[in-house]
Every structure is written in C-alpha cells, then in structure tokens.
Design a protein around this ligand. Structure first.
Ligand SMILES: Cc1ncc(COP(=O)(O)O)c(C=O)c1O
Length: 433
C-alpha cells in the first residue's frame, strides 16, 4: 500500500498547521508512523485516502458515525437543510424539535441547550454547577477526558496520555487548584473530598472511553449518586461518547441512574459540529437569557447539525431493536475471535467491550521485569498491530488509549476481514520475542 499523496500533503501541512493536524489524536506519532493518512471520502463502513486506498474504519470520527459514513437517509435531510441556508443567528424550529427528541430519550433532562462542541458543553455545565451551588471546586477522575477547557485539562486521558503527559501547560495556578481529582472507582477518596462541601460538581464519563474502555461497576455510580445527593454536589454525566451509542439514553439508561446534568455531543450532530448540556429545569434556567450564567455561540444549534442529528436519532429510535443488538453482537464476535487468535499466538491481551466500543490492551507483565518495560512493550505491540492493520486496509485508533468504534454499516464480511488481518498482526507480535 502506498501513501505518497498523504506524505506529500503532510509535508505541506506541517508548514501551516501545528503538527499538520487540527486535533492531536489524528497524529500517528505514537504508533511510529511519521505522517497520518489524509482522508478524502467515506461511505458506509469504509473510508478512502488521498492515495485512493480503501480502509475499513474503526474510528468512525471518534463516535459520531454510528450509522456509517454518508448514510443515504441522513444525506437526504442534510441536502434539504443546506438548500434552506446555512446559519442565521436566529432560532430555528429544528432546534426545538431536536431538543424534544433528545429529552424524550433522557428522562433526567427537562431542558437542553445546544453548543458547537462537546468541550463547550462540559465547560458550560461546570460553570452552571458552580453558579447553582455557589462553590468553586470541581472533582474529576484521572484519565477521564471532557474536552479541552482549562478546568478539565487536569489528569486528562486520551490525546494527552498518548503524548506522555497529564496536564496541559498554559493553565493558571488558580484553575488547577480548583480542579480536584480522584482515581476512577475510588469511592472513599470521593467521599472524603465531597464531605468538605466545597465541591460544586463531580464530572464523570460514566463508562470511560478515553483511557481505553473501562467497564464501570454499577455500584460505583450508585454510590457516587448517593454521596452527591447527600453533600448537595451536582453529578454531571459526560455522555458525549456514550449518549445514543451504548443505548439511546446512554449509560444513565443502562444503569438507571439519574445525574443532575448531562453533556452530549458527537452522535446528536450526525457528523456535524455539535454539543449539548441538559438537566433539571431549575438548574438549566440559570443560563442566560433567563439567568446570569453566560453561554453563547454563533453556530450553536446550527441548522445543518440539527437536521443531521435529528435524522440520525430518529433512525436510531425507529430501528433501536435491531441496531443496538447488532452492534453488540458484532463487537462480541470480534472480541471472542480476537481472544482466540491471541491464545493461538500467545499474545497477552485484555479486551474490554461495551456495546459498540472495544479496546485491546497489550499486557506483557509476565514477560518483562519492570513497569517501564511493560509500557514500552505494550506501546511496541500496539504499534505493530496498528501498522499491520493499516497496511491491510483497516484503520484502528492511532493511540492505545482510544477505543475502537464500530458502526451499523459494518458487515460480517468486514468483521472477518478484520480478523484475517489481525491474525497477521498478532503473528508478527509473537515473532518479535
Ligand atoms: C467524553 C468526552 N467529553 C467531551 C469531549 C469533547 O468533545 P469535542 O471534541 O466535541 O469538543 C470528548 C471528545 O472526544 C469526549 O470523548
């Protein structure tokens, strides 16, 4: 497989865009490839690069493309919306219809406000929590990613972890001081911190997907809900990834736990820029222009995103009994067979999966003597895996900390091709010892 055009575009890109990418997780550095592939188009489960290589896609734009690329039904709506005009800076009926649809899937929400990205949604949610509780501090979990606003870039997972650090530079001491952290699952630390009654909110990815995928214990979230209620701390579920992906009503539906505020993004824009925060009326009505917590956006709730989101969610609702079952069965099929291949070649892995998400962790603890060696070994194995898959026409996340996403467009043939190439990758990994 040749990547000549991508390489040439990258050479131009790094002159005008830092690192040649507009989001660090698109870089291929951590998987030992000098430049990323530049994508030209997508259809169904496949994407195509500037060298006309075809790939099966396990990134799905990091979540939004649950129905696959350029789904015909969604395209019809988008074309209609584009014909009517792109953005007006005035409200449109579509925003109200999308709000009603989202609320119908999330019983914890009385009201919802749209933003242009998940980052804005989480940033606004914590501002709202501070105003509502009159407390400054927030609590987040190490390794959970909630976008790139200052307060939330502490002990973040995802792109920062991939680049080997935890916190961003350029954030003031004061902001850092107000963001407290705990390890995921450490309910005792959470309890101790919240009893001080200085914390406005706890924000959590209820099933984290930005430090690899973690299978959260329901009990942990139940206890978290209880302590938040007792200490009058708001509980924010960041369901930017999990909302509409793991179930229509996200993790809160799966576990039947109601947060005070929820943040959404990705799928609710059907592949176009979007974010949202929603919750109880008395909290939401503190937002301007009703209240004095400011949030705004030139493109918030823009008509194209709103139409793509409305049609995507409507399709998911109409076909929910088929879609979520098929997604889960497909991931189970992949996971079972990946484990069999790993056993065949004695490659140590741990696969975590929930719904349409999974992560393969390469674990070599028994073959190496130190944690550092183990990290290096798992980095190397992941990079062999990534590059073999790429050469075989399959795009997996260019970071071991990101989850694999599948779409409803992935077919049995796609899954079998994936396993065939994966076997080559695991064979190489086993031969490297
Ligand atoms: C859980 C979670 N929250 C928030 C965000 C930020 O969303 P956006 O990239 O749209 O700003 C992300 C992005 O990946 C995410 O995974």
């Amino acid at each position: 497989m040749k990547f000549t055009n991508s390489q040439n575009i990258y050479k131009e890109a790094i002159k005008v865009i830092p690192g040649g990418v507009n989001s660090p997780v698109r870089a291929f550095k951590s998987v030992n490839k000098e430049f990323p592939i530049f994508i030209k188009s997508g259809k169904g489960s496949k994407i195509y690069d500037e060298d006309n290589n075809e790939y099966l896609d396990y990134i799905c734009s990091w979540g939004p493309m649950i129905l696959g690329h350029n789904h015909e039904k969604i395209m019809v709506g988008i074309r209609e919306a584009i014909e009517l005009g792109s953005t007006f800076g005035l409200p449109t009926k579509g925003e109200v219809e999308l709000a009603e649809l989202v609320i119908s899937c999330f019983p914890s929400m009385d009201m919802v406000r749209f933003t242009t990205s998940g980052t804005e949604a989480t940033m606004t949610a914590i501002r709202l929590a501070r105003a509502y509780t009159n407390r400054n501090k927030i609590l987040k979990f190490n390794g959970c990613y909630h976008g790139h606003s200052d307060s939330l870039l502490v002990s973040s997972g995802s792109g920062l972890l991939t680049d080997g650090y935890q916190d961003s530079n350029g954030i003031t001491e004061g902001t850092l001081k107000d963001t407290l952290t705990a390890d995921f699952g450490d309910i005792e630390t959470v309890n101790r911190i919240l009893r001080t009654k200085e914390v406005s909110c706890v924000i959590i990815e209820p099933i984290p997907a930005n430090m690899g995928l973690i299978n959260t214990e329901k009990k942990f979230l139940e206890e978290l809900r209880e302590i938040c209620t007792e200490t009058e701390t708001l509980l924010i579920f960041d369901e930017v990834i999990s909302g509409f992906r793991l179930a229509l009503g996200g993790v809160q539906e799966l576990f039947n736990i109601k947060p005070d505020l929820t943040t959404l993004g990705k799928i609710i824009g059907g592949g176009y820029p979007v974010g949202a925060l929603g919750g109880k009326k008395e909290i939401m009505n503190m937002l301007a222009p009703v209240g004095r917590v400011y949030h705004a956006g030139t493109l918030s709730g823009n008509p194209i995103s709103v139409r793509a989101g409305f049609d995507t969610i409507s399709y998911l609702i109409e076909n929910k009994n088929i879609i979520y079952k098929q997604l889960e069965e497909n991931v189970n099929y992949l996971a079972e067979n990946i484990q069999k291949i790993a056993n065949k070649y004695s490659v140590n892995i741990c696969i975590n999966k929930v719904g349409s998400l999974f992560t393969i962790f390469f674990t070599d603890l028994d073959k190496v003597s130190t944690l550092e060696d183990s990290k290096n070994s798992s980095d190397l194995n992941y990079s062999i895996y990534f590059n073999t898959m790429l050469q075989g026409g399959i795009v997996t996340p260019p970071s071991k900390y990101e989850a694999h996403f599948i779409s409803f467009a992935h077919t049995q043939e796609d899954l079998d091709k994936t396993l065939e190439i994966l076997e080559l990758a695991f064979k190489k990994i086993s031969n490297r010892d």
